[in-house]
Ligand binder design. Structure first.
Ligand code: SAM
Ligand code: SF4
Length: 335
């Protein structure tokens, strides 16, 4: 049998060294751009166990992956998630264990996350107005999230970043307030263009679409922005700026308006163990089947992952902001 490589390289000579693991498709919020109000979640038996998630993470790190992001759904509502975080934090070759969260559980969990080796946290925050925050998240409590952000700041993570999705007519008037907030608190902020993932009826994505350029124009009226060049480590979709006089880095994640596929160094694993080779395409490989096959071995899982690199697409085509070209919702995909 052929020996396994120590790094993952796809057909376009891109090195894959970053994996986003969706540890649950469930969430305590129902953000309007992410989920429908009534969601049907995957039956629990089909979701990977924490041990299976760990096996996946271990396989990837043995194949040269240096960065793992836990996401979801809401990763921090997965029962016993901290036991997985602790084990991942001990993987010897993992440089960066990071997390994307809606912040609702951070007040009680931030300390342990930090102790177990999570270095950076992204926290979603689309509004600083309590009623509007509730409308956008359908269930979220702004005070709870703000308190979670303060706890995280106090625990001394290497970096904390706010992620905001801006929708025209809903929260575009808060762009400057959100940047001001990030600067005041000494944390980073990135604005994400809404992506056409999953079918939503709540708003029309074409009408609500706000491009990164429109946001840069708004922010440029108050702040001087210095482009920071290619993201560190060739890392992907965000373009970052420094804001002189602050420690805040300002980012724009622009899947529509600025194609970043040539830099893509990442793959995603859904809560059900489907390895997604591209956020905007359906190309995928079933890892759960391998994990649950009789005679499972870590080597068989690693081989499946290596072989999957052959179907990583060159690029995505989010050409029409309105149509759900990809039927899965973001909570399935893992941000
Ligand atoms: N629940 C966590 C959270 O909200 O941070 C992690 C999962 S969430 C799916 C990850 C990120 O995806 C969030 O920052 C959210 O704003 C973003 N997101 C969700 N649906 C999106 C969409 N249709 N377009 C762009 N970003 C989206
Ligand atoms: Fe939940 Fe995050 Fe999706 Fe909002 S964006 S519904 S918090 S998974």
């Amino acid at each position: 049998m052929q020996s396994l490589p120590s790094t993952l390289i796809d057909r376009f000579q891109r090195r894959v060294d970053y994996v986003r693991l969706s540890v649950t498709d469930r969430c305590d919020f129902r953000c309007v751009y992410c989920m429908a109000e009534e969601m049907t979640f995957v039956p629990k038996a089909q979701v990977l166990t924490l041990e299976e998630h760990f096996q996946v993470a271990q396989a990837f790190t043995e194949l040269g992956v240096r960065k793992i992001r836990l996401t979801g759904g809401e990763p921090l509502i997965r029962t016993d998630i901290l036991t997985l975080v602790k084990r991942l934090g001990q993987l010897p070759t993992l440089d960066q264990l990071v997390l994307t969260t809606n912040g609702s559980q951070l007040q009680r969990m931030a300390g342990q996350l930090r102790d177990y080796g999570v270095k950076r946290i992204n926290i979603s925050l689309d509004s600083l107005q309590p009623r509007r925050f509730r409308q956008l998240t359908r269930h979220g409590n702004l005070d709870q999230v703000l308190a979670g952000i303060e706890t995280a700041i106090a625990k001394g993570f290497e970096r904390i970043k706010i992620n905001a999705v801006v929708l025209k007519g809903r929260n575009e008037d808060e762009v400057l307030d959100l940047v001001d907030f990030a600067c005041r608190r000494g944390i980073d902020i990135a604005f994400i263009e809404e992506m056409p993932l999953g079918h939503i009826v709540e708003h029309n994505r074409v009408l609500s679409f706000c491009s990164s350029q429109q946001l840069r124009d708004i922010i440029g009226k108050r702040y001087i922005m210095h482009a920071l060049g290619e993201p560190e480590g060739n890392a992907g979709p965000a373009r970052y700026y420094s804001l002189p006089g602050t420690t805040t880095r300002l980012g724009f994640i622009s899947p529509h308006s600025e194609n970043f596929c040539h830099l893509c160094n990442r793959v995603r694993v859904t809560a059900e163990g489907r390895l997604l080779l591209c956020l905007g395409n359906e190309h995928s490989v079933d890892l759960r089947g391998v994990l649950r096959a009789p005679g499972y071995s870590l080597a068989s899982l690693k081989r499946t992952i290596v072989e999957a690199m052959a179907i990583k697409p060159e690029r995505h085509h989010f050409d029409n902001a309105g149509e759900p070209q990809i039927v899965r919702f973001m909570n399935m995909t893992g941000g």
